[in-house]
Ligand binder design. Sequence first.
Ligand SMILES: [Zn+2]
Ligand SMILES: [Zn+2]
Length: 254
Amino acid sequence: MAENWFTIDKINDFTYAISEYRHPEETHCYLLLGEEKTLLIDSGLGVCNIYEQVLQLTDKPLAAVATHVHWDHIGGHQYFSEWYAHSAELPWLQGEFPLPKAAIQKMLAGNCDLPKEYDAERYELFQGIPTRLLEDGDVLELGNRSIKVLHTPGHSPGHMCFWDALYGFMYTGDLIYKGLLYANYTSTDPGAYLKSVEKIAKYPVRRLFPGHHSLEISTNLLPQVKKTLQSLQSEGRLCHGSGRLDYEDWSILL
Ligand SMILES: [Zn+2]
Ligand SMILES: [Zn+2]
């Protein structure tokens, strides 16, 4: 069933993007291979079995982590016995996710080019208790490859970006991508959003890997978003209710 559902792009010998382009938000997950361990950053919608794809790319012990626990980033966590999350989003993993299951099922049935055999009514929101809680500054050791956890709230309270120092890769989840950024939900925080962008902009990023849409992103996007949000803040417009603001190749909903 997973045939043609996932698109796998090799970024380098030890890094892959696993993408779901048949969902309009074009979700990306990233597989990071170390000498001892493999880490999956985000696990997608959970419509097809991402674990089977992962097993074709690694034979090392596996762990999954999500940049944040919005439903389209944790759907495949059900296949992993070891997975991590930020403590700020624990309630969402234990019955308090703000979006009802029926709304997600409706989005899947209405917006997605689902596999024929998949019945959106079968969809269940992933819930569970992480094997490890992450905090800002934690390091995930994969064996000659260390991934630093950066707590980057704003889009969601426990959002994390991951810094892959070996290659200068920054995995940005829903904080930065080319497309419409969401900072309008009740659980978002536009001021924290800017602080998080400022935080990751301090790293010597060689490539940005986003949670959605185009994989080809100029590293200039990061200072552009930072500068724009800083201007909005100085104008008093970096707050809920400012609406949708469109820029060259990205937009933000406040
Ligand atoms: Zn999100
Ligand atoms: Zn997302």
